[in-house]
Structure formats: C-alpha cells, structure tokens
Design a binder for this molecule. Structure first.
Ligand code: HEC
Length: 152
C-alpha cells in the first residue's frame, strides 16, 4: 500500500478519535454526560428527565415500599423519582434498562458499591445498612418507574 494512503488513513482515524474525545468532555455548566456516550449512543435514545417530568405510575405495594426505601437510601444521589442529582446519575435512563443493567447489577451496586465507569460523578460507595429485602422492593420500584417512562 502507498505510504500516503496509510498516513491519510491514520490522520482520519485520529480525527474521529479526537472528535469522540471532544464530545465526551463535560461542557461548562451542562449536566454530566455519560463517559461512554460514544459507545452507548445507540442505546441512550431516552434522555434523562427532570424529577418533575418523570411519570410516576400507580405503583404496586412492593414498589411503594421500594419508593420509601429508595428515598431513604438512594435518592440523596440518584434524586427524587430517580431523576439524578449532581451526586449521581438518573436511574430512569435507557442505560439502566433491564437488558443492560440486570436486577443483580442493582443489588451488586448497593451491596458492593460501583467504581465510576459510565459517568463523571465519582464512585458509588456501598450503601450502609441496606438489606436484600429492601433491595427487592427498590428493584420493583425502579422497574415500574422505568416502564412508565419508556425505559424497558
Ligand atoms: C453517595 C451517592 C450514591 C448513593 C447513596 C447511591 N448511589 Fe448508586 N450510583 C452513584 C454513582 C455516582 C453511580 C455512577 C457510577 C458510574 O459512573 O457508573 C451510581 C450507579 C448506580 C447503579 C449502576 C451500577 C452499574 O453497574 O453501572 C445502580 C444500579 C445504582 N447506582 C443503584 C443505587 C441504589 C439502588 C442505591 C440505594 C440503595 C444507590 N445507588 C445509592 C452514587 C450513589
């Protein structure tokens, strides 16, 4: 192959990589974007909603218990209606649909914490005092909220 062609190819690849890097950079004053937005752009069609835009459906009894447990243990970071805060991401978000973050991933996050990998909020510490029973309720709550908001 011609050396010039190789160089042109390398320049094109560098330009694309640079563009992705630029897009992944946080913008001043804008809410944090997923670090892996370039990788997840296909999946993340539903943008995060503000807490008062999240549709709260008629919750099952289990999910109502989950809402209470969520507000006690998770909403300081994940926000009212799981819409996110400056301390943590929205969980009513396509990134957290069941096919991408299973119920087991929700249990694991709360029990063991999470090393920051999708966002720029930092690590999630293990949630102190959380129990499996409460997590079952929280999972029911989050899934019912997700379905009502088109995340499935
Ligand atoms: C101190 C703040 C904080 C609290 C409290 C908190 N989280 Fe998180 N959580 C985070 C942050 C930050 C992330 C994003 C990590 C990343 O960059 O992917 C996260 C990510 C997650 C994830 C995604 C895990 C993954 O595998 O990517 C789930 C699920 C989750 N949290 C559930 C919960 C639940 C349920 C609770 C309450 C029992 C809770 N969180 C409490 C900060 C918190």
């Amino acid at each position: 192959m011609d050396k010039k062609v190789l160089i042109a190819g390398a320049v094109a690849i560098a330009a694309v990589a640079g563009g992705i890097f630029y897009l992944a950079m946080p913008q001043e004053g804008a809410p944090p974007v997923p670090v892996t937005s370039a990788m997840h752009s296909g999946a993340d069609t539903a943008a995060a909603k503000a807490a008062d835009e999240v549709i709260v459906p008629e919750l099952s009894q289990l999910a109502r218990s989950g809402e209470v447990a969520f507000n006690e243990n998770c909403s300081a970071c994940h926000g009212k209606n799981a819409a996110g805060t400056e301390n943590g991401p929205p969980l009513i978000h396509n990134l957290y649909r069941p096919g991408h973050h299973s119920d087991a991933a929700i249990f694991g996050a709360a029990m063991n914490g999470v090393t920051a990998h999708h966002w720029r909020f930092g690590n999630m510490p293990p949630v102190e005092g959380i129990t499996e029973a409460k997590l079952r309720w929280i999972v029911a709550y989050l899934r019912e909220m997700q379905v009502a908001n088109g995340v499935k």
